[in-house]
Design a protein around this ligand. Structure first.
Ligand code: MG
Length: 299
């Protein structure tokens, strides 16, 4: 099987046909939430059921356990200061790795109630954190600690670290999961990994105030499994996990092509000194492939 399937000629300008997919590490149980940390020349990612945070050293190729137990981390990103921001199922919070090396709480409540289990997070250019809060980390003890939802809904929130204010920006998506902004931050993409609704990526227009969302449209419907996590490249193409590999969609919703991955993909991020290496978490393994595309400046 080829590493690539092309459905639209534009795909050829985004990949390097001669660049082969590499499996960098395997041995996880369900891996997720990769983030490239430029200052460390490393990739961090979660192995959720094993309650550990893994680290790939880009210089030596060594893989080690960065932290265990870690509070059942899921998604990660970087803030404007280069600090790692984490979604924790166990702590039911968004946390941040401080300059002192300790994890500190950014937000763990909405309206006085504990969050469910934050899944994925992105930082907007104004410093606000936008995150999804489905129930996967409290549904059972497998990926966190079984508990009832205090909020009683799975929402997407915006948290302003300057004011401490947290607002629900997406209500009514069954299981909001991955999320990312378009390069101009005029669109917020949110995936729904619902079993009862159609799994899809929704596109919300961002209002002129930059803090609230307007119209919702279905951007892409999952044809194989789910869309979990995704990232945008500088041209606005969306690179997403799918049941059959990494799928790349143009901003108009056209499926351009697919990178075939031998395991079910959960998430991905751009990394490397030139940001042209795609790191992919898939079931038990970390994969990488060099591409022609580069990401939007936001991590
Ligand atoms: Mg996810």
């Amino acid at each position: 099987m080829s590493d690539y399937d092309t459905f639209d000629d534009r795909f050829g300008s985004l990949i390097i046909g001669s660049a082969a997919l590499e499996r960098l590490w395997t041995g996880g149980r369900w891996v997720e939430g990769p983030v490239y940390v430029p200052a460390a020349k490393a990739v961090l990612w979660s192995d959720i059921p094993e309650d550990r945070l893994m680290r790939y050293d880009e210089t030596s190729g060594a893989v080690s356990v960065f932290e265990h137990p870690c509070g059942y981390h899921n998604g990660h990103t970087l803030d404007a200061f280069g600090r790692v921001v984490a979604c924790e199922h166990g702590g039911r919070r968004i946390s941040r790795l401080g300059f002192n090396g300790r994890w500190e709480t950014v937000v763990d409540r909405f309206d006085g109630k504990r969050l469910n289990s934050p899944n994925d997070v992105v930082v907007k250019s104004d410093g606000s954190l936008w995150f999804s809060d489905p129930s996967y980390g409290i549904d059972s003890d497998y990926e966190g600690h079984a508990a009832d939802s205090e909020i009683g809904a799975c929402n997407v929130y915006r948290h302003d670290p300057l004011t401490g204010e947290t607002t629900a920006v997406v209500i009514g998506i069954d299981r909001p999961n991955g999320l990312a902004f378009s390069p101009d931050e005029r669109i917020l993409y949110v995936s729904d990994t619902s079993l009862s609704d159609t799994p899809a990526i929704h596109a919300f227009s961002v209002a002129d105030d930059g803090r609230t969302l307007g119209k919702d449209r279905v951007f892409a419907i999952a044809e194989a499994g789910f869309f979990d996590g995704f990232r945008l490249d500088r041209a606005g193409n969306l690179w997403t996990s799918g049941g059959d590999g990494v799928r790349v969609y143009a901003s108009d919703g056209t499926l351009l092509g697919r990178i075939n991955i031998p395991e079910t993909v959960s998430n991905l991020c751009f990394g490397g000194p030139k940001r042209n290496r795609l790191y992919i978490t898939a079931t038990s393994s970390l994969y990488a492939v060099f591409v022609r595309a580069v990401p939007a400046d936001r991590p």
